[in-house]
Design a protein around this ligand. Structure first.
Ligand code: 6PG
Length: 245
């Protein structure tokens, strides 16, 4: 991590405590955004880590704490699979959260993987431009995960998307998966008011240590908010190889 990069790091004994803290922070950010601007614009992460968090947010104690009619949901990335494929991030989030809360369907902006990869990326970028209109493309919150190879969203090592400086959304071909992905680029993510990395489990301990003890090696290290806040939320297992000062 670049020494000058500012970030908050919070480590929790258990995944349950991690998810409760994440839910509370998301609600806090939502309240602030709605109070200030009348709306809360969030980009969800994919992968397995946030599933329990999404499920927690769908529970009555939490779901009624956000005015979901004023929330607008996007994704930081998407796997290039059918919209109803179990691997599809939006499909997963709908199953565990969005289908259980009172959010207008028009507030949910899914990446259209029924188009070609290039069209899906272009189309999502156009949808973002339309949504933000004359305002900067600034999310109130972007939720991110961390892969064991240091990827985040679908910004994978040795891919063109890492060099992207202007487009906000790019298609990425992953050799290892023989599949495309659609991803937000680092410049778009870094515009956000808040960025939260949610990382759990001992499989992530090594990459977490590398991320926090090196610079300019991993895609996740490209994530440095221009003006916003960066928060790492981890459980003890994921943080076991870094010192928690
Ligand atoms: C995705 C995610 C990806 C994920 C990491 C961690 O579409 O898979 O956006 O960046 O956050 O791969 O995934 P896990 O949470 O499953 O470990």
């Amino acid at each position: 991590m670049k020494t000058e990069a500012k970030y908050n790091l919070q480590v929790f004994e258990t995944v349950d405590e991690l998810n409760i803290a994440a839910a509370k922070l998301i609600i806090e950010i939502a309240h602030k955004a709605i109070a200030e601007k009348g709306r809360f614009i969030i980009a969800l992460s994919g992968g397995s880590t946030p599933t329990e968090l999404y499920s927690l947010l769908s529970e009555p104690f939490y779901r009624y704490q956000i005015e979901w009619n004023k929330a607008f949901v996007f994704w930081g990335d998407e796997r290039y699979v059918a919209l109803d494929d179990v691997r599809n991030n939006a499909h997963q989030a709908k199953l565990v959260l969005l289908n259980k809360i009172n959010i207008p369907q028009s507030n949910i902006h899914v990446i259209q993987t029924n188009l070609s990869p290039v069209e899906a990326a272009d189309n999502y970028e156009k949808e973002l431009k339309l949504f933000f209109n004359t305002e900067p493309m600034q999310f109130d919150l972007i939720l991110l995960g961390l892969g064991e190879n240091g990827h985040t969203a679908s910004l994978f090592p040795n891919t063109q998307a890492l060099q992207e400086k202007s487009a906000g959304i790019k298609e990425v071909y992953l050799e290892e998966e023989k599949k495309y992905r659609i991803t937000m680029t680092a410049p778009l993510i870094n515009m956000a008011r808040h960025i939260i990395f949610l990382v759990a489990g001992n499989k992530k301990a090594e990459i977490v240590k590398d991320i926090f003890t090196t610079t300019d090696k991993y895609p996740a290290q490209l994530i440095q908010p221009v003006n916003g806040e960066l928060t790492w939320l981890m459980d003890n297992q994921a943080a076991s190889l870094i010192k928690k000062n």
